[in-house]
Design a protein around this ligand. Structure first.
Ligand SMILES: Cc1cc2nc3c(=O)[nH]c(=O)nc-3n(C[C@H](O)[C@H](O)[C@H](O)COP(=O)(O)OP(=O)(O)OC[C@H]3O[C@@H](n4cnc5c(N)ncnc54)[C@H](O)[C@@H]3O)c2cc1C
Length: 156
């Protein structure tokens, strides 16, 4: 079995398939497995250390994992032909556009892009005043992603 994507879905599938005796190979685009848990959820909610500690429960010992290997870039779809079955677990990284004129201007970041850059150790440079559009969990997490300077105003 080939598992494409090393997030919770891919890892769970790989774990159970390996337990059932299947040979499993995981292909993960990013340098470490964990998916959004590793690359999008902020440090104060889920420390990278915890992700790494939990990886000992990952199926690594029972299956082969190739990180930094993106289907469609490092590997063509035809290369998956040698497997009997393929489990696609690439997640939902596509973000909904805001459809507001100006939303593509310099300095406008989507929540997921911003959180990813912070988790990857490359936080984008922000000015002194930051507007966060939206008030869900990602919006609450975003200021924590960097300097935790979030004592601002909230417009409802
Ligand atoms: C800010 C934030 C907070 C969240 N908080 C919670 C929470 O509190 N509780 C909760 O239950 N859920 C939470 N979620 C949702 C949770 O993270 C996702 O539901 C979960 O990660 C989905 O798992 P997945 O394996 O389907 O996808 P992902 O975690 O997205 O994993 C997909 C993996 O596939 C890889 N991939 C993509 N394309 C390719 C390719 N072409 N080739 C190889 N690999 C590829 C990606 O790099 C990624 O590692 C949160 C999400 C975010 C963004």
């Amino acid at each position: 079995m080939a598992v494409v994507g090393g997030g919770p879905s891919g890892l769970a599938a790989a774990y159970h398939l390996a337990r059932l005796g299947y040979g499993v190979e995981i292909y993960e685009a990013l340098p470490e497995i964990g998916g959004m848990l590793r690359w999008a959820i902020t440090e104060y909610r889920l420390p990278v250390k915890c992700c790494k500690e939990n990886s000992r429960y990952s199926p690594r010992s029972m299956s082969r994992c190739t990180p930094a290997f993106r289907l469609g870039q490092d590997m063509a779809w035809s290369e998956l032909d040698r497997f009997d079955a393929v489990y696609l677990a690439t997640g939902a990284w596509q973000q909904r556009p805001l459809n507001v004129p100006g939303a593509d201007r310099l300095g406008v970041l989507t929540g997921l892009d911003y959180l990813y850059q912070v988790r990857a150790g490359r936080p984008p440079a922000l000015g002194a005043r930051v507007a966060v559009i939206g008030g869900g969990n990602t919006a609450i997490d975003a200021p924590h992603g960097q300097a935790q300077r979030c004592g601002g105003r909230c417009l409802l």
